[in-house]
Write a protein that binds this ligand. Sequence first.
Ligand code: COA
Length: 372
Amino acid sequence: MHQPAITATGVFVPPDTISNDELVVAFNAYADRFNAEHAAEIAAGTLAEMPHSSSEFIHKASGIESRYVMDRTGVLDPARMYPHLRQRADDEPGIMAEMALDACEKALAKAGRTGAEVDLVICAASNMERAYPAVAIEIQQLLGAGGFAFDMNVACSSATFGIQAAADMIRAGSVRRALVVNPEITSGHLEWRDRDCHFIFGDVATATLIERVDDAQSGFVIRSSRCGTEFSNHIRNNNGFLRRTRPDGMADRRDMQFMQEGRKVFKEVLPLVCAHIQHHLDDTGVAANRLKRLWLHQANKTMNDFIGRKVLGRDPEPGEQPNILQEFANTSSAGSIIAFDRFSEDFAPGEMGLICSFGAGYSVGSVIVEKY
Ligand code: COA
């Protein structure tokens, strides 16, 4: 058995940002148009007026201040409310592969490796831009990597599930060096016309390079990982390849974008995540006070504060549980890896931390790492 280690990470940051204030101005203009267009039904009481959104609510409820997106013009156009993305020819790189390539190249450069030295690429994300061929195989080709590649979707938990899959293959010897890459264009699945969720997501891509400990001078040994799932409809998106077969499948239906019962998610996912982490620590004999840092999924500040308190058994000290969601919003599978990328430089050999992601499914993944 070989010992796997995370030896580098890379983050691609999209070109455009949207602040809460900008988002709210666009949403409120959309709501005013909607209310004007439906004035008669609203007056007759057959349709509810669409209320305005508010920056204060967004910041208080989530901790989010801004987000990066691949295109802000479409999102901020009250007559459109979703991004403009150019149709690419089949013989040019797809947009997910292009974002992923940037993140992978950054990770490889940090580790002093080339794409040719990689023999597994897992593209693990909440959405794939097409059914096939796999986006991962396109990334493999762009990197000049060998071996094999495949796509994987476990929604917001995709990164940790991908890390577990890659680490297990390195342990077993079936691959030597893997890239787990998470290109997330959440702006494509978000319903920007729904004030309950229009502020939640942002775009980004992260990459995690995993090698044998013996192949790299320093990094984070993957001590252990745990993945868990439990079915729930409280985060759901019904878009899929059978869409056109359904009677009204091609209509502009709300359920073809991200939907959630936010309150229920909050209440149900928190105990699930806390119990999962506790079980992982108990099972591997790692005391919570051995963890220098928690790199948590970045969905909601209050949620992360709660998990930090529960896992550590006290209020986390500043820096023990860093958030990046104020800048990036919820970037689905990429959030915990952005936090790891930004806040892991100060680790001394022997110090340990825990990466944890959670979300739709429900799904939870945790990875205990130790600096060497
Ligand atoms: N602006 C102003 N008011 C808003 C609003 C907005 N953008 N969105 C909702 N509201 C209103 C609601 O209509 C509701 O009004 P009411 O009390 O009169 O009914 C009130 O604010 C509270 O709404 P609620 O949805 O209960 O807010 P919340 O405190 O639960 O926060 C989330 C919403 C989404 C931030 C929170 O539920 C959450 O974090 N959920 C789970 C985590 C997550 O985001 N998961 C994503 C997938 S991993």
